[in-house]
Design a protein around this ligand. Structure first.
Ligand SMILES: *Cc1c(COP(=O)(O)O)cnc(C)c1O
Length: 356
């Protein structure tokens, strides 16, 4: 007997990978940064006093919100901090959708949305992306869903919608539009929908410190929107939802933009070289604006298919991601690591898929 509500019983849990306790594993499965965070973050962490543990954090997260607000030229009433942007995704369904309304999203997309919807007893109507995985914006707009949510650039496809396309959606949508920009740092700030939040009061943009800022473990994300929407998020969030430690660390990370931009440049360079090499081996690769790629191994007699490749690489200490869901079953997702990590991977791929 679980005693849980029926809709909770029906939830399919988000597939979590086991924590890599073995540091020799090349982790290319969770889109984490292979590079460390800013030196300012590392220094602060090393010198933190005991009060950060003894006292409650600032529930308003004022300093971090001020720092983000200053960076984007916004007022802090337009920002709410979450325990990772995952918490804000959960909050989106609890606060704006629940069992009374429906969200619409492109398919495929980040699997956490489905879990968050099921937990809130809400429904997502999925609209298939085109054959090349670009988003079908007309189809997204042609439903009567109260909330349109999309990830831009999308995960796990890496595809980017332009700011003009996003603006069209926001302008024509009958209700709320949520754009999850977890990977926008890699695509470039010029594509971000954040400036549009000043013009449209139905737009929510989600960002995170987990990817380009190399702070997945700190668990800090944020939403930028109109003050009224931010107040609604604040009403439903847990009062002390993020730790003093993480708040202080992310202030430093945000203030060291050049470190984050350095990570982005390194990832883009390694990614583009890696894609070229993969194509030479016969992989099909979807163009990516992120720190990961979605690709199809060559279908050759005697060579591993996608799920077999994941197992073979795991046996060799390299973790990549497989999604056993429609349209992704012949593909794998590979996070971009350091140049050295990618060359270890490429060497193995050359032996699995020898040139004919
Ligand atoms: C990684 C990721 C997030 C960020 O999750 P956090 O909770 O901030 O670590 C959000 N959305 C997508 C699509 C992601 O890939």
């Amino acid at each position: 007997m679980s005693y849980a509500l029926p809709h909770v019983e029906r939830i399919t849990p988000y597939p979590v990978t086991e924590a890599a306790l073995d540091r020799s594993i090349v982790k290319l499965d969770q889109n984490e940064s292979p590079y460390p965070p800013s030196e300012r973050v590392i220094q602060l962490l090393a010198n933190m006093g005991e009060h950060v543990m003894r006292q409650y954090p600032d529930a308003a997260a004022s300093q971090l919100r001020e720092t983000i607000a200053a960076h984007y030229g916004l007022s802090r009433e337009r920002i709410v901090i979450g325990n990772g942007s995952s918490e804000l995704i959960t909050a989106l369904f609890r606060t704006f959708i629940d069992q009374q309304r429906t969200a619409v999203m492109p398919y495929p997309t980040f699997a956490l949305y489905q879990v968050a919807a099921e937990a809130a007893n809400a429904a997502i109507h999925f609209v298939p992306t085109h054959d090349d995985f670009t988003v079908d914006t007309e189809a997204l707009l042609n439903t009567d869903a109260s909330v349109i949510a999309l990830v831009n650039p999308n995960a796990p496809t890496g595809r980017l919608l332009s700011r003009d396309e996003i603006e069209t959606i926001v302008r024509r949508a009958p209700g709320l539009v949520c754009i999850d920009e977890a990977y926008m740092d890699f695509a470039g700030e010029e594509h971000s929908a954040i400036p549009l939040t000043l013009e449209y009061d139905n737009l929510v943009v989600l960002r995170t410190f987990s990817k380009a800022y190399a702070l997945s473990g700190a668990r800090i994300g944020y939403a930028i929107s109109s003050p009224a929407i931010i107040r609604a998020f604040e009403k439903t969030k847990t009062t002390y939802n993020v730790s003093s430690i993480s708040l202080a660390l992310t202030v430093q990370a945000m203030q060291d933009q050049s470190h984050m931009l350095g990570i982005v440049t390194a990832i883009r360079t390694v990614r583009d070289r890696f894609i070229t090499s993969l194509r030479k081996i016969g992989f099909q690769v979807i163009p990516s604006q992120t720190n990961f790629i979605l690709c199809t191994p060559p279908a050759r007699q005697g060579c591993p298919d996608a799920p077999q490749l994941v197992h073979l690489l795991a046996d060799n200490g390299i973790a990549i991601r497989y999604f056993n869901v429609p349209r992704l079953q012949d593909k794998v997702r590979i996070s971009i690591g350091t140049e050295e990590q990618m060359s270890i991977l490429l060497n193995l791929l050359h032996t699995f898929y020898p040139n004919i």
